[in-house]
Design a protein around this ligand. Structure first.
Ligand code: KG4
Ligand code: ZN
Length: 334
């Protein structure tokens, strides 16, 4: 049966999400209960509070996902869940809910790596063309991943310190902007100019690794210096200069790797793929190339369960099921 119905759950960070995906490509429902407003007060995700809200929300979002898909549990062929990486307490809520559903309804249980999910969000829009390269940019990850076929992941490069989204969040914090910083800085960047010429960390020749902590420090030092000298500055120009540096490095390295690896497709994944500056720069860079560029719609960029259902479809067809000993793994390797 290639039209399996998967109920998917995602609770790795601060979104409690459930979705129903048919045949790995068709999205029947996608419910996300965000806790962002709660964590905003603390300037970041508070793990204890996140777990508590996941407990409160999980059955509600599951019922809503079934309702919106206009189906009942009897129509579900398997239940999938993010098993890691993420916050362990948060992951556990989803894992335990999925195990309970699998046991109660006697259906297969599938464990999904969060990053595989982000990558497979793209497949809800368009089919993959192998080999492909994926640029994964989120709050916890900045990675280039090569895939020669479904479910096969090879790490080409990764950040040596901060993830791209993390750098956005930290710089936003230094500028006293609300959490999460990415969307706010992105908006401000469009009203500013790249005046400050912040560093670009290209690293050694031929390396596809990234580094954003030097940039973050350069921005913070610049801010301190401006404030000490009581020089006036526009937050928009700081944002634009910071974003220009992040986008330059991401786009240039991704393009070089895609060309060198001779891929058919470049797919972008993770929360930072919502970034307008990054999207525009990638579109410009790949316009002339033979490589097919695919960027997910905004609703599938940040954490959701639809992406988990899409990735789970591959494992379902392979019969790669988990038993009820499945545990949350905060540092799961892809
Ligand atoms: O994928 P995601 O929802 O959660 C993780 O798995 O980390 O990504 C969240 C990250 C946050 O760091 C947030 O600031 C960043 O994605 N982000 C953005 C934008 N929208 C979200 N960063 C830059 N520009 C954006 N428009
Ligand atoms: Zn994520």
């Amino acid at each position: 049966d290639t039209n399996e119905m998967i109920l998917a759950l995602e609770t790795s960070c601060d979104e409690t999400a459930a979705a129903v995906v048919k045949g790995g490509t068709e999205l029947l429902s996608n419910v996300v209960a965000t806790q962002m407003d709660i964590h905003e007060k603390f300037g970041g995700v508070v793990p204890e509070i996140a777990s508590r809200h996941h407990i409160e929300q999980i059955t509600i979002v599951v019922e809503q996902a079934l309702d919106e898909a206009k189906i009942s549990m009897e129509d579900i062929d398997a239940v999938a869940v993010t098993e890691g990486p993420g916050l362990v307490g948060a992951l556990l809520i989803g894992v335990n809910a999925a195990k309970t559903i699998a046991f109660a309804h006697d259906i297969p249980l599938i464990g999904v790596h969060h990053i595989a999910g982000h990558i497979y969000a793209n497949r809800l829009e368009k089919d993959f063309k192998f080999p492909l390269l994926s640029l994964v940019v989120s709050g916890g990850h900045t990675e280039l991943i090569y895939m020669r076929e479904h479910g096969h992941y090879k790490l080409i490069g990764e950040t040596r310190d901060d993830a791209a989204g993390e750098a956005y969040d930290k710089v936003a914090k230094a500028l006293k902007l609300p959490y999460p910083g990415g969307p706010v800085l992105d908006r401000l960047a469009h009203e500013g100019h790249d005046l400050y010429d912040f560093p670009r960390a290209w690293l050694e020749n031929g390396s596809y690794d990234f580094s954003f902590s030097g940039l973050k420090t350069a921005v913070i030092n610049k801010l301190n210096q401006l404030q000490q000298k009581q020089e006036s500055y526009r937050v928009e120009d700081i944002a634009a200069s910071f974003q220009a540096s992040v986008v330059d490095v991401l786009v240039e390295k991704t393009y070089q790797a895609a060309e060198e690896l001779n891929v058919e497709q470049l797919i972008v994944a993770g929360g930072v793929s919502a970034n307008k500056g990054l999207r525009t720069a990638l579109e410009g860079k790949f316009e002339e190339s033979q490589i097919d560029l695919m960027i997910p719609p905004l609703s599938l960029c940040t954490d959701n369960a639809a992406m988990i259902g899409a990735a789970a479809s591959i494992e379902f067809r392979r019969g790669n099921y988990k038993d009820l000993t499945l545990n949350a793994n905060p540092s799961l390797i892809l």
